[in-house]
Design a binder for this molecule. Sequence first.
Ligand SMILES: [Zn+2]
Length: 129
Amino acid sequence: MSAKLSLGDQVVCHIRDNAFVSIYEEKYDSLEIFEIISIFDEGYMVYVPQSRYLDFEVKIDKYNYKKYNMKERFIDSKAAYINEYKIVKVYKHIDGMTCSRCQDFFPMAEPNNEDGTMTCWSCKKYPYR
Ligand SMILES: [Zn+2]
């Protein structure tokens, strides 16, 4: 990960025994998605759902939310610190492509031309529309 992430970005992490594991470790129990709610020089804090328990999670309260650089609405939430070596990839809600011909966006579309572009079904069927 070299690009700096933004608040609200969602990241995919490897979890083992209720802890984040480095992307360089081969063994993990699950892939989970977390939302970034605070940004530091060397890492991020992610939101931990109430139903989830993670080692090293912290409870956000009115005394520490400023220290963690968080918005007030995260008081009473749980959060956990991660660095870039815990981020497998950025999770995208809408993976998809723009049609090379009509420029419409198609969710979940994948390249279907040899040059790596995508042409939608309508444009393929009616190339002169
Ligand atoms: Zn099209």
